[in-house]
Design a binder for this molecule. Sequence first.
Ligand code: 1CP
Length: 321
Amino acid sequence: MRQAGRSLPEYRRVRADVPMLEACARPDMITEITMQPVRRYDVDAAIFFSDIVVPLKAIGIDLDIKPGVGPVVADPVRDASGIKRLREIEPDDLPFVTEAVGQLTGELGDKPLVGFAGAPFTLASYLIEGGPSKNHEHTKALMYGEPELWDEMMRRLATITLGFLRTQIEAGASAVQLFDSWVGALSAEDYRTSVLPYTSWIFGQLSEFEVPRIHFGVGTGELLSLLSEAGADVVGVDWRVPLDKAVQRVQPGTALQGNLDPATLFAPWEVIAERTRDILDRGRAADGHIFNLGHGVLPSTDPEVLTRLTAFVHEQTLGRL
Ligand code: 1CP
């Protein structure tokens, strides 16, 4: 999840004069920002500081991450010539990622570093729409109207996604998370036909590395069994489905991640504690549970609340480890 940044004063300080994509290309900055929440909250894993569009930038797509908006693509990709520009990741494309992961594994010691990438559908949505989208209408127009172009685009994006993940794993990342954040916009039928083949290819290719693979999306209650079928070891669940229900929708042996609503962090502490306890209880039904928020930390979240939440989860689960 986008979590490190935004709510931390030390993050805002480091980023004050540095645009997001520049920060993502500077190893010392990546390392510092990745470490900030680990130092402050004592969380059990670090999430690599980067963004899902970093590999697209690296292959020459003209895009920016605009403050308060997100990724914006100068020239949206909607036809065969645009799709041809989506070339594979080559060994020299992401040297700053390799260097930062190397620095981080040294600093983190036993603490795992979670690498990540955007999944093909979510990347396609940014590329086709040109930026964040509520309805993904141009994306669906291409998906329904030009299945051959869609197939070509998804194949290319799957290769790029795999390249970004492979770079992080080979440099030392201990687990990877695939973010298909916006795939909840699809029906199960459309997911099966137009997304699952590409995502499951990625998970299949990753199996040789023996790192845990996490698969995450938002609004995916009706898709959880398919997200699991795609081949993940862990399925991320937003706050809409309780974990004891989610467990019935995933393949046996699959762990769950989640699922506190990030907006709950604005409620009184007693409510946060009660919801957290409930999630930990329901999570016992799963074959492994990573406690997490159901989506990214909201920018105005009070860091003190996250410190207290992390300590509370540790205290509640200590006897179980
Ligand atoms: O927070 C961290 O340091 C972790 C690193 C991280 C991760 C895992 C960032 C940094 N982005 C991401 C993944 C990411 N980026 C996802 C998948 C996870 C999720 O759903 O949250 C997505 C969809 C994006 C795209 C993106 N980048 C958005 C969303 C826009 C939209 O469509 O609503 C935004 C706002 C960004 C910018 C961004 N990326 C990361 C940070 C810290 C920020 C905020 C930049 C800032 O203003 O400081």
